[in-house]
Design a protein around this ligand. Sequence first.
Ligand SMILES: C[S@@+](CC[C@H](N)C(=O)[O-])C[C@H]1O[C@@H](n2cnc3c(N)ncnc32)[C@H](O)[C@@H]1O
Length: 202
Amino acid sequence: MSLTLSYPSLVKRPRRDDAPLFDRQPTDLDLRYGIQTDGHNHPPSVYHRFKHSDGYRYEPIRIQWFTKAIQALPIQPRDYSFIDLGCGKGRALILAREMGFGSIVGVELIPRLAAFARRNAIRAGGAIEVKTQDAARFADYPSHLVLYLFNPFGHKTMQNVIDNLVASKARDVWVVYLCGSHCCLLREAGFACVDGNAWRRE
Ligand SMILES: C[S@@+](CC[C@H](N)C(=O)[O-])C[C@H]1O[C@@H](n2cnc3c(N)ncnc32)[C@H](O)[C@@H]1O
């Protein structure tokens, strides 16, 4: 009699294009509010039907990275609005709420992710607005703003975002650009890097 043991986790399988690159463990935040902010297994092709096709897929920020980046800003969160362009399922929005920002808005291109963000925000206590919209077309920037970006999209959308931000005449703006691939565009628009992630334009 032959006995075959199988160890599925040890079998090396070819990686599918849409396989997740992140772990799927719920965070403390998810457990605390009964929400789900982990990664989402959509194919990169979902971005191809939008204006610039240069979206990067949903991967939630690590909580410690977010907290460290925001706490490094010399501001009182209650005096500032917080906008997350490419908010995905809303993890950063909920963390911003816990930090006490005056108002909180998330913008997300993919309707399914925006729906998650809305549901999660309500479960976590509300007071968060989620817009299903292309960040390239968003132009509603208030003064006294923390604009948060966790490397959400490519060069063309980033250029539109910066153009709209500058045209809005919003004053006292901090741009927190984590893992940003297009910092050169901020520099070209007159922003200066205050530390590794925070940018400011006088
Ligand atoms: C790396 S995830 C960041 C998620 C979230 N901001 C966080 O910190 O946890 C990038 C997100 O940007 C969204 N995105 C990509 N292109 C976009 C666009 N043009 N407008 C709005 N959202 C976009 C993606 O769908 C994805 O949810």
